[in-house]
Write a new protein. Structure first.
Length: 308
């Protein structure tokens, strides 16, 4: 996953718009729901595949979908030699991110994992305040950061959620958020910032396909008696999220202002908690919902910026 609000890519033949319209809002809600549901799908798929092998298989299948997309649209993958080291860094961070996320969902609940994993804007804002020129924390963004961090702590301390979760899994999900922030910084600060969306995605999927499938035997059995449900979940992850979903988001980024796109970022953790409750019967009490509200408001304040 790349935080492309930091690096919008222009796609030829698309009319730029000055504000979000109904079509764009519907697209962002759909994309946020796909990401949120993906957390549930990963957790269910882990019952059929070893977590790391499942993550690697997803990358392999998504890479095939990307090649079909490139062939069908005529958009070549270019700049690989010039971006070799930064591309390997991008793919390495992506690999570690999904090792941590898939393992986290093998231990803890979707609700707790979503709160921690989608806290990425909080950590990115803190790092960017120090590392990126022009990214210092304003009063509004600072308030958002405090609210989001308070919400995360509150959510993790919720008794009902704590009894159903696992602190080891929580720590892995938080590590995944840090890796995601690292990916966003890599996109901002290295040669991959000059690459097309397809080439950025290629680096992530190619490196992770090799790394994850290579290390998967170190994490136990590759298969856990998968059924048609687990294979369907794998197809959902590979086709609708890891490849076409990413490219769909890039299309929206090419049309609408990045600040408007970022305003929808709070939806994924909110919807993921809802899906965890509705589909997996995870405990979500009033306290947890209050904490989730703080996180959502904080993420909005951190991400939404004045339009230039």
């Amino acid at each position: 996953m790349i935080d492309l609000s930091c690096n919008p890519v222009s796609l030829d033949g698309m009319e730029r718009k000055d504000s979000m319209d109904l079509m764009g809002a519907a697209g962002m809600v759909t994309f946020a729901a796909m990401l949120a549901l993906n957390q549930v799908v990963i957790k269910v798929s882990n019952d059929g595949f070893g977590p790391i092998f499942g993550a690697g298989l997803r990358s392999v299948l998504a890479l095939g979908v990307l090649f079909i997309w490139v062939w069908g649209t005529g958009r070549p993958i270019q700049g690989l030699r010039e971006s070799l080291w930064s591309g390997l860094l991008l793919g390495g961070l992506f690999s570690v991110e999904f090792i941590l996320l898939f393992l986290a969902l093998d231990y803890t609940t979707v609700s707790r994992s979503a709160i921690l994993f989608y806290s990425m804007p909080v950590w990115l804002a803190l790092i960017a305040h120090v590392a990126l020129p022009g990214e210092s924390l304003s009063l509004r963004r600072g308030i958002g950061l405090v609210l989001a961090m308070a919400g995360v702590v509150w959510a993790l301390a919720d008794p009902a959620s704590l009894s159903a979760g696992n602190l080891w899994g929580d720590a892995l999900a938080l590590g995944g958020a840090f890796c995601w922030a690292g990916i966003a910084l890599t996109v901002r600060l290295t040669r991959v910032s000059k690459l097309s969306a397809e080439t950025q995605l290629f680096w992530q999927l190619m490196v992770s396909a090799v790394v994850l499938t290579a290390v998967a035997p170190l994490f136990g059995d590759l298969l856990r008696a998968p059924t048609w449900l687990h294979w369907a979940g794998m197809a959902y992850q590979a086709v609708l999220v890891a490849s076409l979903g990413f490219l769909f988001w890039l299309r929206l980024m090419a049309i609408y202002p990045a600040s408007d796109i970022a305003a929808f970022s709070f939806l994924s953790p909110v919807l993921a908690v809802g899906f965890g409750w509705a589909l997996l019967r995870e405990p979500v009490g009033p306290g947890f919902l209050g904490a989730l509200g703080l996180v959502a408001v904080g993420i909005v304040l951190i991400n939404v910026r004045r339009r230039r």
